[in-house]
Design a protein around this ligand. Structure first.
Ligand SMILES: *[C@@H]1O[C@H](CO)[C@@H](O)[C@H](O)[C@H]1NC(C)=O
Ligand SMILES: *[C@@H]1O[C@H](CO)[C@@H](O)[C@H](O)[C@H]1NC(C)=O
Ligand SMILES: *[C@@H]1O[C@H](CO)[C@@H](O)[C@H](O)[C@H]1NC(C)=O
Ligand SMILES: [Ca+2]
Ligand SMILES: [Ca+2]
Length: 218
């Protein structure tokens, strides 16, 4: 999973519950995710859809009193999170609420407990809590399962991704999204990506390592 750092709460919970468990409880309670578009850029290069690799900042708050339980934007050391949309890498409510977003778009997404942290909650989120996420999407690209995206990154066509190739791709994504960043920023994301994806630690991401989600049922 291409995501990072200190705030791993949402990701942890998503893996504990699993898409099936969440789906079952969703059916029982018929909860709804409410999305409010806070900002949408005039031009939209590519709208997010299931299976896309997205790069987002998001902060999470409890609806009951507005206290913050999840940081990525406001954490000084935080950088945007990478994940594949729509396959249970984040809580179900975000998978639903982040569909059809443009790079640069901001949304406020209100998620009922059954699509967030459930009846038990997850410290510091109390049981049965409705949560609110403020989300900003930086980039949207075709998902890791797409060999087309792999091909775009694999500049020298040797069927593996070097650090230079991935970095170039990241830079282009950010520039396309109108948010170029400094070198240290890219290096940090790269370190994370390689830590998570370069399983045999040979310094390149092979097609097999890249396509880590191929066993997911979609
Ligand atoms: C908000 O509610 C949570 C859970 O009930 C509690 O832990 C937290 O201390 C509260 N925060 C504020 C600022 O009242
Ligand atoms: C959470 O909600 C469920 C279903 O409405 C209820 O059975 C349960 O008692 C609640 N838990 C708490 C701690 O409020
Ligand atoms: C991609 O290929 C071009 C042309 O061969 C080369 O100039 C460039 O440095 C390469 N970029 C990376 C990141 O390898
Ligand atoms: Ca290559
Ligand atoms: Ca490798």
């Amino acid at each position: 999973m291409w995501s990072v750092l200190t705030c791993t709460l949402c990701l942890l919970v998503a893996s504990q519950l699993g898409p099936r468990a969440v789906r079952a409880s969703a059916a029982e309670l018929e909860p709804e995710v409410k999305t409010e578009v806070v900002f949408r850029p005039e031009t939209c290069t590519q709208k997010s859809k299931r299976g896309d690799l997205v790069n987002v900042h998001y902060d999470g708050f409890l609806e009951e009193n507005g206290s913050q339980f999840y940081c990525s934007r406001s954490d000084k050391t935080g950088h945007p999170q990478w994940f594949v949309l729509g396959i249970g890498q984040v809580i179900k409510g975000l998978d639903i609420g982040m569909m059809d977003m443009c790079p640069g778009e901001k949304r406020k997404i209100t998620v009922p407990p059954a699509l967030a942290f459930g009846e038990k909650g997850k410290h510091p989120v109390p049981p049965n809590a409705t949560v609110v996420f403020e989300v900003e999407v930086y980039s949207v690209s075709r998902g890791p399962r797409s060999m087309e995206a792999f091909g775009e990154m694999d500049n020298d066509s040797d069927k593996s991704l070097s650090k230079a190739e991935v970095k170039e791709y990241l830079k282009l994504s950010y520039e396309k999204g109108g948010k170029p960043r400094d070198d240290a920023f890219y290096e940090k994301i790269m370190a994370d990506i390689f830590h998570k994806s370069d399983q045999d630690k040979d310094g390149v991401i092979s097609a097999k390592e890249y396509n880590i989600y191929k066993h997911d049922e979609l």
